[in-house]
Design a binder for this molecule. Structure first.
Ligand code: CP
Ligand code: NVA
Length: 305
């Protein structure tokens, strides 16, 4: 038995463009501390982490607490899901205790099944396919540093991974240009590319072409969680795809550098870029807290947009 309806956040387009701009405005009130409601009072969020996390775990935990609720960290070492209890049963049981579930895992289909069987909102805290909370935080950071995002150009350099897929979805959905430079064999998901056909999303090979005049230059690790054994192979494949100061110099003079973190200095980004004046990565990490509080307030706390 499915316990719908409830609203989930599994991918960027689960909120309309209008609602997404409302989320940014709400998150900006939270960041400015002009929002003082506690819409999660008496509520609980279960947080399932099948992969490691620093930012996602702490920002959700602190965010729920600031909104008046409690957060419950569940790792596969401790809960039965790690011993093979079906995701459908986990969804139904947790829904009897908590008011929302955040999950970070490998297969995106697991999150879809969790959402199908849960009676409470489910939030995607990263899968192999997408990382929508991070991309909303990244766009919040663009607004903070650059103002209006419509008409801006974002350059993605490196792996066509979960981050790239969510950037693709966001560009078409929210109206900015995205140029991706990925080595052959490391393209983004073709379904996300096809869905973005109406938007201005270009897949290139040459990082220099992608960053030319861009307002944002962004990248991510070459080997994501679960791909650790491919590290050496990927270091070869991504040769020439490092975001260094020579590449940044081709972007707009006021361009910012973003990275979801954790970063590997000397691989996908040089230390002088990530630690330099154009880097906005610490604001970006902070913005995870603000945007997720806005998402939680809307999905669990019935805050209106
Ligand atoms: N960017 C991000 O999701 O970081 P964590 O893996 O630390 O949660
Ligand atoms: N692409 C990275 C993002 C980490 C936040 C990974 O999936 O490991």
């Amino acid at each position: 038995m499915s316990l719908r309806p409830h609203r989930d956040f599994l991918n960027i387009s689960d909120f309309s463009a209008h609602e997404t701009f409302g989320l940014f405005a709400l998150a900006e009130r939270m960041r400015a501390k002009t929002y003082d409601r506690r819409p999660l009072t008496g509520m609980a969020l279960a947080m399932i982490f099948m992969k490691s996390s620093t930012r996602t775990r702490v920002s959700f935990e602190v965010g729920v607490t600031q909104l008046g609720g409690t957060a419950h960290f569940l790792s596969p070492r401790d809960v039965q899901i790690g011993r093979g209890e079906p995701i459908e049963d986990t969804a139904r049981v947790l829904s009897r205790y908590v008011d929302g579930i955040m999950i970070r895992t490998f297969a995106h289909a697991d999150v879809e099944r969790l959402a199908e069987y849960a009676g409470v909102p489910v939030i995607n805290g990263l899968t192999d396919l997408s990382h929508p909370c991070q991309i909303l935080a990244d766009i919040l950071t663009m607004r903070q540093h650059l103002g209006e995002i419509r008409g801006r150009t974002v350059a993605w350099i490196g792996d066509g991974n979960n981050m790239a897929n969510s950037w693709i979805e966001a560009a078409a959905h929210l109206g900015f240009t995205l140029r991706l430079a990925c080595p052959e064999g490391y393209d983004p998901d073709p379904i996300f590319m096809a869905a973005a056909a109406a938007g201005d999303v270009q897949l290139l090979r040459d990082p220099r072409e992608a960053v030319e005049g861009a307002d944002v230059v962004t990248t991510d690790v070459w080997a994501s969680m679960g791909q650790e054994e491919e590290q050496k192979l990927r270091e070869q494949a991504f040769h020439g795809y490092q975001v260094d100061s020579a590449l940044m110099a081709r972007a707009a003079s006021q361009a910012i550098f973003l990275h979801c973190l954790p970063a590997h200095r000397g691989e996908e980004v040089s230390a002088d870029v990530i630690d330099g004046p154009q880097s906005a990565v610490w604001d970006e990490a902070e913005n995870r807290l603000h945007i997720q509080k806005a998402i939680l307030a809307v999905l669990m706390g019935r805050e209106t947009l």
